[in-house]
Write a protein that binds this ligand. Structure first.
Ligand code: ZN
Ligand code: ZN
Ligand code: ZN
Length: 236
């Protein structure tokens, strides 16, 4: 690609012999064919040789990438009147003077400052965003810390309640053990009393039998006679 028309001060005044037959722009880094002396932009002919055949597009002579610059055309191009490429600058001058102008072009510096300012604004907005995220994270950390503290307090209260209930349970278990022990003793005493009552049953039965004999079968007078008690009784 060569020098485009909008970069020229007067595009119509440029001779057609200074235009590349490939891109039709004014030559940029002009090189020429060693056979037919046709001039091309260096980038245009190198791209054509690489992508198509390695021959001259004009005379079909073999071409290599080792192309010699055309110094005569270069000197003519240096005299062309060109514009500054930076928007807002109205400088015009020789093409070979444009690099020097560009190094201290105010429009370029203004453009760079605007780019820097935009970049600074971008960085500033990023910093503000980071600060907001940092604040939100700190707030979240504080909330989590408070929540953790509340949970720890609740856990302590629950543990105390569990300890109290465990103490009450131990006390109730002790009461149950005491009652069980007392119940065992009562059962043992009842068993002992039943045993004594049962052992008296034969004696009671014998006593009732003797009373029965004396009172219902007239046993007492007979026994008294046998024993000589009757006379004593009548004598009295
Ligand atoms: Zn070209
Ligand atoms: Zn040629
Ligand atoms: Zn300028």
């Amino acid at each position: 690609m060569g020098l485009e028309d909008h970069e020229l001060a007067r595009p119509d005044a440029v001779s057609p012999t200074l235009r590349c037959p490939i891109c039709t722009d004014v030559f940029a880094e002009p090189v020429s064919c060693s056979s037919c002396q046709q001039v091309f932009c260096r980038s245009c002919i190198e791209r054509a040789v690489l992508t198509c055949e390695p021959v001259c597009p004009t005379c079909r002579a073999p071409m290599t990438k080792d192309l010699q610059p055309n110094l005569v055309v270069s000197s003519l191009l240096n005299e062309l009147q060109v514009r500054c490429v930076h928007p807002g600058c109205y400088w015009t001058g020789r093409w070979d003077e444009r690099p020097l102008h560009s190094s201290h072009c105010l429009a370029r510096e203004l453009l760079l400052m605007q780019e820097w300012k935009a970049e600074m604004e971008h960085v500033r907005s990023m910093l503000i965003e980071r600060e907001k995220e940092k604040g939100a994270m700190h707030q979240r950390i504080k909330e989590l810390t408070d929540h953790t503290s509340r949970l720890e307090e609740e856990a302590k209260v629950k543990q105390l309640q569990v300890n109290v209930k465990q103490s009450m349970l131990d006390f109730k278990q002790q009461e149950v053990e005491d009652l069980r022990r007392q119940l065992g003793q009562v059962i043992k005493q009842q068993h002992a009393s039943h045993f004594h009552l049962h052992s008296l049953f034969p004696l009671l039965f014998l006593l009732l039998f003797v009373i029965h004999l004396f009172f219902f079968y007239d046993t007492l007078p007979r026994v008294s006679r046998v024993l000589g008690i009757q006379e004593c009784l009548f004598a009295t």
